[in-house]
Design a protein around this ligand. Structure first.
Ligand SMILES: C[S@@+](CC[C@H](N)C(=O)[O-])C[C@H]1O[C@@H](n2cnc3c(N)ncnc32)[C@H](O)[C@@H]1O
Length: 151
C-alpha cells in the first residue's frame, strides 16, 4: 500500500517490483497527476480516500509506505494529520496487517514535527516489530525514516 500517493513517484519506483499496489490520497489532483506518471503500470488501484479507511479495501499487505506531509507544489494546508497517522499505524501494527512499514517523516513544519515525535513515542512501546530509525547527521531538520518490520 502506498498510503500517501501524491504525484506517484514512490509508487512509480515500487510498481515494477511488486505484484499490486493500493494507492491512497485524499486529493483528486494528486491522483490524476500520479495516474499520468504511472500510465505504463497496470498493477495499481487508485483510491481517493483517507488512508485511515484502508481496511475497507485491503486485509493485509507486505508493505505500507507513508511519505508524510503535504503535496509538493500543492496546497500546503492539506497535510497528513498526526491523529490519522497514529490511528492507522496503530491498526497496521496491533492487528499485524503489514509485514513492513516505511515512514518518511518531515520535521521542517510544526505539524510534521509533532507527528514525528508521536510516531517515535508510539513505536518505542511496540515489541512484536523491529524498528530502525535513520537520522541524517548534522541536519536536525532532515527527514527521518522509520522502517518497522515484523519479528
Ligand atoms: C508528501 S506527499 C506524498 C508524496 C508522494 N508519495 C510522491 O511520491 O509523490 C503527501 C500526500 O499525502 C496526501 N495525504 C494527506 N493526508 C492523507 C490521508 N489522511 N490519507 C491519504 N492521503 C493523504 C496528501 O494529499 C499528499 O498528496
Amino acid at each position: 500500500m502506498d498510503m500517501t500517493l501524491g504525484h506517484g513517484y514512490d509508487t512509480f519506483l515500487l510498481a515494477p517490483n511488486v505484484k499490486h499496489i493500493y494507492a491512497f490520497d485524499i486529493q483528486e489532483d494528486a491522483i490524476e497527476s500520479a495516474k499520468t506518471l504511472n500510465a505504463s503500470h497496470d498493477n495499481i488501484t487508485y483510491i481517493l480516500d483517507n488512508f485511515k479507511h484502508f481496511k475497507t479495501y485491503i486485509a493485509s499487505c507486505d508493505l505500507a509506505i507513508f511519505n508524510l506531509g503535504y503535496l509538493p507544489k500543492g496546497d500546503k494546508t492539506i497535510t497528513t494529520l498526526k491523529e490519522d497517522t497514529l490511528y492507522t499505524l496503530h491498526k497496521l501494527i496491533e492487528e499485524n496487517i503489514a509485514k513492513h512499514i516505511v515512514i518518511m517523516s518531515y520535521l521542517g513544519h510544526e505539524e510534521g514535527y509533532v507527528e514525528y515525535l508521536e510516531i517515535k513515542n508510539y513505536i518505542q512501546h511496540v515489541t512484536h516489530y523491529h524498528v530502525i530509525i535513520s537520522h541524517v547527521s548534522h541536519d536536525p531538520k532532515a527527514p527521518v525514516m522509520f522502517w518497522i518490520y515484523k519479528k
